[in-house]
Design a protein around this ligand. Structure first.
Ligand SMILES: Nc1ncnc2c1ncn2[C@@H]1O[C@H](COP(=O)(O)OP(=O)(O)O)[C@@H](O)[C@H]1O
Ligand SMILES: [Mg+2]
Length: 175
């Protein structure tokens, strides 16, 4: 895994295996607090659930799954942790019906896969995570992490500083 800061509140991380993506999720999970939202963008098979498993593990939750028919899973973690997958829903109407914001008011950590379908404009306590794949390498993912709000930006700095301490700076000689 390596990383590069794109701006004060935005970093791009390259994960070379599912384990590395999960590990990044763990680092993110260690930095979350009640009311924090993670919005995942990126298509099927990108690794949203893999990263979410790492987040769940950091919160003491082991059974994070890719839900087939379950759209919202509520977990009892160190912090209550709600995992939503909007893939099967119609944009707006069906998503509004879930009232996801209510979970934030209740002090849960909220992780949303297929956030493209949620018409919401959060401005703080949020990470927007976009996962992309290169055509050439089946197991490499480019993970862009954008923090919204001062507190979230501090948390992003924390995640990056942990990677930095491990010596995982961006290496331009590695694809
Ligand atoms: N670097 C990587 N990061 C995450 N997943 C990867 C990576 N390389 C390969 N994979 C595989 O891609 C798939 C991602 O699945 P999943 O997390 O369910 O995707 P999504 O939730 O985005 O639909 C898994 O089978 C995983 O093993
Ligand atoms: Mg998924």
């Amino acid at each position: 895994m390596n990383f590069k800061m794109l701006s004060d509140n935005k970093a791009v991380i390259t994960a070379y295996s599912p384990e590395e993506s999960k590990d990044l999720g763990y680092l993110i999970g260690e930095n979350l607090y009640p009311g924090f939202t993670i919005l995942f963008f990126g298509g099927l098979g990108m690794g949203k659930t893999v990263v979410t498993q790492g987040i769940g593990n950091a919160l003491g939750v082991k059974n994070v799954k890719s839900p087939t028919f379950i759209i919202v899973s509520e977990h009892e973690g160190v912090v209550p942790f709600v995992h939503a997958d909007l893939y099967r829903l119609e944009k707006d109407s069906e998503v509004d019906f879930l009232d996801l914001e209510n979970y934030l008011d209740q002090g849960c950590v909220l992780v949303v896969e297929w956030a493209e379908k949620w018409n919401i404009n959060l401005t703080k306590d949020t990470f927007k995570i976009t996962i992309e794949k290169t055509e050439e390498y089946e197991n490499i993912r480019t993970i862009t992490l954008e923090a919204l709000g001062n507190k979230a930006t501090k948390k992003l700095e924390q995640v990056i500083s942990t990677l930095n301490d491990r010596g995982q700076q961006y290496d331009s000689t590695r694809n």
